[in-house]
Write a protein that binds this ligand. Structure first.
Ligand code: NAI
Length: 461
């Protein structure tokens, strides 16, 4: 029986070749296979993964399997799957449910399918929090409580329908899942935000590890990853000349910093909008003009949201843009741009994940990936090397939660600094980095151990 849904299983060989190459660029994951492969610390773990089904994720999946886990996988975004990666995973006998360009209904149905271990899962590896949300909303519904409105309102109807379907097919299923999940590791800023909200309201039923806030995740993937993949996405979508264009980056957090650097590196003249005075000051001192969106709306050529917030580019903004302005989002959810308000306009599809939309004035905008994260929708996401750092944290988080479960309360944790430094260490040799050893005397003088950790907890990098 085929226990997968992929676009085309014959793409598996192509996927496998790219997987082999990716492995050579993912030293952290390969080192974990070396260190733990024989010990199988994840034996008995049945992990539901909800994370962009890319080539890099395929290497993560095979690492989890190598360490003893049973895994079922769905993508966390309708446009982010690389069909050859999904095919390679399916052909390797690992259940995966992911197609690039799947509908929202399929997205939630595939997520549901990823939970269907014969005995149900006991761990979640999440990106953006959809897998966790599905179980918690379903359990609320089974308890007869109002389902909390979902942040992305246009998905609310679809999620509720999927929950109803599962409740009808398997009464009590969500509550059972909620009780047997031992922990979740969460990949991204937006998902982590959801987890801290749950912790605050007492609604977190299992321990969680915030992978995003490992330094070797957010200060690398969010920043250097976007630095490479943002312009990659814009170019593959539009082939537009970047040099000389005026680009506006909304938000100057980690993703904003990488995105602004990406555009600047391509020769664009970059402006930034920010709400936080610290990040605004950082942007200014990095040499970017910090502006109000309204003040540049009719003059800029490219607009990119990176905030993790909603309604950042609104319909009135898009109506005021100049003809053929490019609009895209690299934050986790599509509600940063008011795409729903564009639905009654004239859309011309140019190619997959690229649409031209006509405003009442006659001006047109080019919208990338319907407002979903464009580096994964229009390109292939971040390069393997930086994802290796992120995913090494993911695997360490899964090992922690699975093997030392009783050490954790139902709270959100970050990995200890010693593991963060370990992740960095595993990536040095590949790029020829040589560390300067501290003498005992020097280490004592700055108050650290010779072998690290090298910084106090409050250090911000
Ligand atoms: P962050 O919290 O470091 O940065 C967001 C920044 O946006 C903050 O500085 C905040 O002050 C600012 N902001 C909020 N509302 C704003 C508004 N209305 N106008 C201007 N600025 C505003 O978050 P981070 O880590 O940069 O992540 C941002 C988003 O990107 C999240 O949704 C995250 O999940 C996602 N992400 C996407 C990745 C990708 O590959 N596409 C990779 C990593 C994260």
């Amino acid at each position: 029986m085929t226990d997968y849904i992929v676009k085309d299983i014959t793409l598996a060989d192509y996927g496998r070749k790219e997987l082999d190459i990716a492995e050579t660029e993912m030293p952290g994951l390969m080192a974990l296979r070396e260190e733990y492969g024989a010990k199988k610390p994840l034996k008995g773990a049945r992990i539901v993964g909800s994370l962009h089904m890319t080539i890099q994720t395929a290497v993560l999946i095979e690492t989890l399997v190598d360490l003893g886990a049973d895994v079922r996988w769905a993508s966390c975004n309708i446009f982010s799957t690389q069909d050859h990666a999904a095919a390679a995973i399916a052909k390797a006998g690992i259940p995966v449910f992911a197609i690039k360009g799947q509908t929202l209904e399929e997205h939630w149905d595939y997520l549901d399918k990823s939970f269907m271990f014969p005995e149900g899962p006991n761990m979640i590896l999440d990106d953006g929090g959809d897998a966790t949300l599905y179980i918690l909303l379903g359990a609320r519904a089974e308890a007869g409580e109002e389902i909390i409105p979902v942040p992305q309102s246009d998905e609310e109807v679809v999620i509720k329908a999927q929950i109803k379907k599962r409740m009808a097919a398997s009464p009590g299923w969500f509550t059972k899942m909620k009780n047997q999940i031992k922990g979740v590791s969460e990949e991204t800023t937006t998902g982590v935000h959801r987890l801290y909200e749950l912790q605050k309201t007492g609604g977190l039923p299992f321990p969680a590890i915030n992978v995003n806030d490992s330094v070797t995740k957010s200060k690398f993937d969010n920043k250097y990853g976007c630095k490479e993949s943002l312009v990659d996405g814009i170019r593959r979508a539009t082939d537009t000349m970047m040099a000389g264009k005026v680009a506006v980056v909304c938000g100057y957090g980690d993703v904003g910093k990488g995105s602004a650097a990406s555009l600047r590196g391509a020769g664009a003249r970059v402006k930034v909008t920010e709400a936080d005075p610290i990040c605004a000051l950082q942007a200014a001192m990095d040499g970017y003009e910090v502006v109000l969106l309204e003040d540049v709306i009719d003059s800029a050529d490219i607009f990119i949201t990176t905030t993790g917030n909603k309604d950042v580019i609104r319909i009135e903004h898009m109506r005021a843009m100049k003809d053929m302005a490019i609009v895209g989002n690299i934050g986790h959810f599509d509600n940063e741009i008011q795409v729903a308000a564009l639905r009654n306009h004239k859309w011309t599809n140019i190619k997959e994940q690229v649409d031209m939309i006509e405003m009442p004035s006659g001006n047109r905008i080019i919208l990338l990936s319907e407002g979903r994260l464009l580096n994964l929708g229009n390109a292939t996401g971040h390069p393997s090397f930086v994802m290796s750092a992120s995913f090494t944290n993911q695997v360490l988080a899964q090992i922690e939660l699975w093997t030392r479960n009783e050490a954790y309360e139902n709270k959100v944790y970050v990995l200890p600094k010693v593991l963060d430094e370990k992740v960095a260490r595993l990536h040095l040799a590949k790029i020829g980095v040589k560390l300067t050893p501290l003498s005992k005397d020097q280490a004592d003088y700055i108050g650290v151990a010779q072998e690290g950790p090298f910084k106090p907890e409050h250090y911000r990098y």
